[in-house]
Design a binder for this molecule. Structure first.
Ligand SMILES: [Zn+2]
Length: 67
């Protein structure tokens, strides 16, 4: 990864070993995805990777894919 680059690099991977569930908010099918966001930490001058599993559905897909 290029040094000095401050933009986000976001990766989203579908989790295949988990069953789809219904989102309680939009009541549509939500797909569990692994959400990896790389953030440049100026304190340590290095890239940090924040990885978490979230549910992708109609009300969160904009947040997930729209970055
Ligand atoms: Zn939803």
């Amino acid at each position: 990864m290029a040094k000095g680059e401050r933009s986000f690099v976001t990766k989203v991977k579908k989790v295949t070993d988990k069953k789809n569930v219904l989102c309680p908010v939009c009541n549509s099918e939500a797909t569990p995805v692994v959400f990896v966001k790389s953030v440049f930490a100026e304190k340590t001058n290095s890239w940090k990777f924040n990885k978490c599993t979230i549910l992708a559905c109609k009300c969160t897909e904009k947040e997930i894919y729209g970055l």
